[in-house]
Ligand binder design. Structure first.
Ligand code: CP
Length: 310
């Protein structure tokens, strides 16, 4: 059987194009499964997975849990807010305690960049990064690229603009790596203060005018302003941000091409995107969420196939 070149999924940067294509091919089969009347396969009946969330999440957490249950894995959920982390326990001690209950795989969201990689080098379990601070959110990058492939048949040659708070966004970096590995052209657009200074070194175009960016692209991925990660003011007010970088129906309808609109969620309606755009026929926001389950099933299934079983 074909398999991934990596033992853990901590970063899209570590994946080859063949890895991503294998994940997509596997996700195609699982998408068919989750649309059947019986949405489950028995593949991982002997596997136990712990979902460790040290940061808030709605979509990613539910999507991983759903994916694991659709594969018939046993699932345990851990939330930092109600755990002994509050009493000073370290990450490694917390995880080793969970692993001693015979857990095979850990899905972890953590506020510190590099936390998933750190863990993967220290514990005897497969590790999947569900978002590590401002660094990467690999399964989001995969599901976004999978959604583009589903719509256009290929990612190769597509022009994708990522708009908004690129500086604090793990979704942006995972999207950049994933889309470029698949042959897309990537642009980032936002206020100068929210675009990392040396981002052009990743081979992306940089644009500060939203209309110019939208006239160039096939796909616009609209990101949320991550106020919770901003210690200083990067723009005068949300109102002014949204006047310059918010996607409205008026702008969308005036573009020469019918572009596809994406958003990883959670949406701040009326800031980066208006409600009529989020709910329009050009928006694929809910398809992204649906594809997230199939893509996460594929990642978990492929990593689990590398676990030595009795
Ligand atoms: N897209 C995403 O990561 O959403 P959550 O923070 O709700 O998981």
């Amino acid at each position: 059987m074909d398999n991934l070149s990596v033992e853990h999924l901590t970063s899209i940067k570590d994946l080859t194009r063949q890895d991503i294509e294998l994940i997509f091919k596997t996700a195609d089969s699982f998408k068919e499964v989750i649309n059947r009347p019986i949405k489950k396969v028995p593949s991982l009946r002997d596997i136990t997975i712990a979902n460790l969330f040290f940061e808030n999440s709605t979509r990613t957490r539910l999507s991983f849990e759903m994916a694991e249950k659709r594969l018939s894995a046993d699932v345990v959920n851990f939330s930092a807010a109600s755990s002994s982390v509050k009493k000073g326990e370290t990450l490694i001690d917390t995880v080793n305690n969970i692993l001693s209950m015979k857990v095979d795989m850990v899905v972890m969201r953590h506020p510190n960049p590099g936390a998933a990689k750190f863990l993967s080098e220290r514990v005897d379990a497969k590790v999947v990064n569900a978002g590590d601070g401002t660094h990467e959110h690999p399964t989001q990058g995969l599901l976004d690229a999978f959604t583009i492939r589903e719509k256009f048949g290929t990612v190769e040659g597509k022009k994708v603009v990522i708009v908004g708070d690129i500086l604090h966004s793990r979704v942006a970096l995972s999207n950049i790596y994933c889309l470029q590995k698949l042959g897309a052209e990537v642009m980032v657009c936002g206020p100068t203060t929210l675009i990392p200074k040396y981002i052009h070194e990743l081979g992306v175009k940089v644009e500060h005018n939203l209309r110019t960016a939208l006239e160039w692209c096939d796909v616009a991925n609209m990101l949320r302003i991550q106020l919770e990660r901003q210690d200083i003011k990067y723009f005068p007010s949300l109102r002014e941000y949204s006047m310059q970088f918010g996607l409205t129906k008026e702008i969308l309808d005036s573009l020469p091409n019918k572009i596809m609109v994406m958003h990883p969620g959670p949406i701040n309606r009326g800031v980066e995107i208006t409600s009529d755009v989020a709910d329009s026929s050009q928006s694929v926001i809910l398809q992204q969420v649906e594809n997230g389950v199939a893509v996460r099933m594929a990642v978990i299934y492929l990593l689990a196939s590398k676990i030595e079983r009795a």
